[in-house]
Design a protein around this ligand. Structure first.
Ligand code: FMN
Length: 309
């Protein structure tokens, strides 16, 4: 399965594990890269020195390419951007904003820059800013979301840019990957399925909620704040949505979710924690190693794509 993405990133399969706050740490990133995909460390709001340590630990576990997801809205972003260069990381994906101000530094250091976008306009802007590829992420995804579906967003982004496009949002098996490739994507990024990987440090309670989830078990909180997030339904989402309906202030809503992803990932609090996951949770049936996940997805996609003519 060679595409411009495998050439660009130097990996065996065009399968990327999404950068995920708290979840995408070095065990997961290294396991995905070792299995032939691209593992990403999710820098999120971690202090720069923690990101440096994560990068070093990943390197101890794999000599294959891996990357870092930099959240541009984070006040630490300029320092994290520098740490990436200092540590010789060659792949960066960016979320929440325009990486323009770091582009020159990254390009000079030979970093491949892949912004995550949720619209055609952002994809075009990123291409003009010098991005090497984009991740087009639909609102089926877990975590922060845009407003377009993967099915409609990916082909429109493919038509709008000449750089390769990676599809994300709702892809969890070979059928999803094959569909994404048929839409013109040259790779896929998965988040939710990798949350449940054996190598993922996520608490078993959280993994179990994903494994048991049905198609309709995710909710979008934060629509009213302009920062919508897809999570699995629990007491926290019920309280949040009730407050939102009553017109609660941004601060009140923030109070409810403060530290809630950590609560879910580390403490396994499935009641008050933020169980970020996408609609694809309904497709995730068991815990598997990253190698099993990647092989199953790629083999399934290959078989479907082979019969397409
Ligand atoms: C728990 C969780 C945390 C996430 N955190 C981030 C993040 O910090 N930065 C980011 O760019 N995307 C984040 N995402 C989105 C993923 O990187 C990925 O694009 C998305 O999960 C793909 O959709 P899927 O969940 O349907 O596979 C997160 C997703 C999940 C499930």
């Amino acid at each position: 399965m060679k595409t411009r993405i495998t050439d660009l990133l130097g990996c065996q399969y065009p399968v990327i594990q999404g950068g995920m706050a708290w979840v995408a740490e070095y065990h997961l990133a290294a396991a995905v890269s070792e299995a032939g995909g691209i593992g990403l460390i999710g820098a999120a709001s971690a202090p720069p020195e923690v990101v440096r340590e994560q990068i070093r630990k990943t390197k101890e576990l794999t000599d294959k390419p891996f990357g870092v997801n930099v959240m541009l809205l984070n006040p630490n972003a300029p320092e994290v951007a520098k740490v990436v260069v200092e540590e010789g990381v060659k792949i960066v994906t960016t979320g929440a904003g325009n990486p323009g101000k770091f582009m020159e530094m990254w390009k000079q250091a030979g970093v491949t820059v892949i912004p995550v976008v949720a619209s055609v306009a952002m994809a075009k802007m990123m291409e003009r800013a010098g991005a090497d590829a984009v991740v087009a992420e639909g609102m089926e995804s877990g975590g922060h979301i845009g407003s377009q579906t993967t099915m409609t967003l990916v082909p429109q982004v493919v038509d709008a840019v000449t750089i390769p496009v990676i599809a994300a949002g709702g892809i969890a098996d070979g059928r999803g990957m094959a569909a994404a490739m048929m839409l013109g994507a040259e790779g896929v990024q998965m988040g939710t399925r990798f949350v449940v990987a054996k190598e993922s440090i996520v608490h078993q309670n959280y993994k179990e909620r994903i494994i048991k989830a049905k198609d309709i078990d995710s909710e979008v909180t934060g629509m009213s704040t302009g920062h919508p997030i897809r999570v699995l339904r629990n007491q926290m989402t019920r309280e949040y949505l009730k407050l939102e309906k009553e017109g609660a202030s941004f601060e009140e809503l923030e109070q409810l979710t403060l530290g809630s992803l950590r609560k879910a990932v580390i403490e396994g609090d499935a009641v008050h924690g933020s169980l970020m996951a996408g609609q694809s949770a309904g497709l995730v049936k068991k815990e598997q190693t990253c190698q099993e996940i990647i092989e199953e997805v790629v083999t399934g996609a290959r078989a479907l794509l082979a019969g397409r003519k």
